[in-house]
Design a protein. Structure first.
Length: 145
C-alpha cells in the first residue's frame, strides 16, 4: 500500500513539474517585460512589431508582452493590436485596461490581478500582469497563477 501511494505521489509530482514547465512564471514574466522595455528604448517601432508578431524572443509558452499607446489602443499584442486596451475588461467585468494605465509609471513595475483564460482555453484563471511605462507606451507581461 505504501509503495502504491509513493508511486502515485511521484507520478503526481512528475506531472506537476511537467505542467509547470508548460507555463511561464512570475520571474520569467518580469524578465520579459524588462526585455521589452529595453527594446522599446532602443527602437520603439521595431520592438512593437516584434512583440505583436511574437518574434525576437517575445513569445515563450503563455508569456508575451503587450503594449498600449497614449490613445488607449494596443500597439503590440498577438491578437488585439489596434483594438482598445484601455477599455479591456476581464471575464469578471474588472476594468483591467484602465488599471494598466492607472498603475503604469516610468521606471517602476506594478502588478494588476485579474482573471483571464489561458491561450487556447475558455475557463478564466487567476492572472497577474507586471505593468510599466516606457516613453508613451504602457507595457505589460502576465503570468497565470
Amino acid at each position: 500500500m505504501k509503495k502504491t501511494f509513493a508511486a502515485a505521489m511521484l507520478g503526481f509530482a512528475t506531472y506537476a513539474a511537467i505542467a509547470a514547465a508548460d507555463f511561464g512564471n512570475a520571474d520569467e514574466a518580469k524578465a520579459m517585460l524588462q526585455k521589452a522595455v529595453a527594446a522599446i528604448s532602443v527602437d520603439k517601432a521595431t520592438a512593437l512589431s516584434q512583440m505583436a508578431k511574437g518574434e525576437a524572443g517575445f513569445a515563450d509558452r503563455d508569456l508575451y508582452p503587450f503594449c498600449g499607446g497614449p490613445d488607449g489602443n494596443f500597439t503590440a499584442h498577438p491578437k488585439l493590436t489596434g483594438q482598445s486596451m484601455k477599455g479591456l475588461k476581464d471575464k469578471a467585468g474588472k476594468a483591467i485596461g484602465e488599471s494598466f494605465y492607472a498603475v503604469a509609471k516610468e521606471g517602476a513595475i506594478a502588478e494588476v490581478d485579474y482573471v483571464w483564460p489561458r491561450p487556447g482555453g475558455a475557463d478564466p484563471v487567476q492572472k497577474v500582469s507586471f505593468v510599466t511605462k516606457v516613453g508613451d507606451q504602457v507595457c505589460a507581461v502576465g503570468y497565470y497563477k
